[in-house]
Design a protein around this ligand. Sequence first.
Ligand code: KG4
Ligand code: ZN
Length: 364
Amino acid sequence: MTQPITLLGLESSCDDTAAAVVRRDETGAVQVLSNVVFGQTDLHKAFGGVVPEIAARAHAEKIDHCVERALDGASLNLAEMDAIAVTSGPGLIGGVMSGVMCAKGLSAATGKPLLGVNHLAGHALTPRLTDGLVYPYLMLLVSGGHCQFLIVRSATEFSRVGGTIDDAPGEAFDKTARLLGLAQPGGPAVQSEAELGDPKRFKFPRPMLDRDGCDMSFSGLKTAVLRARNDVMVDNTIKRQDVRDLCAGFQAAVVDVLAEKTKRALTQYMLEDPSIPALAVAGGVAANTAVRAKLESISAELGVQFTAPPLALCTDNAAMIAYAGLELFEAGQRDDLELSARPRWPLDRASAPMLGSGKKGAKA
Ligand code: KG4
Ligand code: ZN
């Protein structure tokens, strides 16, 4: 029996303004008491990507309201929180600052401890919140902004064993959808077209499979899709079956790359002799049924437990920030009003920085 710990979490690093309340009760079980997300998709729709200035303003306008809703949803007030956790990077700096300023204000007004949380750590620790995974486990983070393999050893120890050197897979799905006139976000649209297509008709590249290691590249795939589309277009129009076959070919290439690199990352992870070997996947692309099925079958083959948190906790949210904050709080971390917003903040300081930047700003 331990004292319950309750945290408020705030997230504003990209295009979702979010607040949540998470509690570890006296039995050690963790519950998400509320999880409020205000998405900004409509605000950015006309621009074909997230506009940092628009995002920052929308976060600043919404965050107080979001906090109020999260506290109401949990039927608690600020005085009942043990600490306030906030994403303090990496991400779009204006958005991160909105959350950090709000959290500092709440901390200063209530005297509650403040905790700066790495957004990627929030994603990486989610399988502990949802499935109680024990350390160490392998995490594949695949979304519109992220793509990396992490061996997660504790709330503060991560080894990145590979990642994309350019686009994230979600970006590739979104760009492919745009090329083929499909709706955004592109992932679900491409997936449903792919289900009716022939994955073998177009031969798309499987980038970087010929190179050792677990790094990946997805930017060349969209160029390959563009070329193949141009080859089959007549009078600027494209037949529905061509769209389906292009989607199926593209998706098969992404699945093959993720599958091969996951096998390699798992081999590296198994060298650590984990007590309960586990692979977890998170991020919007984890919703893809073909990706998920492939990762599941690889895990089964290698005798590794496979976990994919529910989508609402896989995509950007504040419950994951509150939960990561909870582990940091238990480990003794405390920040103060000097806490700063960090656009770049790699989880694994020992590995080389990721190149490029995605729709969420710097990749890490
Ligand atoms: O995690 P998320 O909501 O936000 C980011 O961190 O980016 O992921 C959104 C991304 C988008 O690029 C979207 O196209 C992709 O996840 N996505 C999918 C599917 N559902 C969402 N990609 C492939 N297949 C899906 N079913
Ligand atoms: Zn994220």
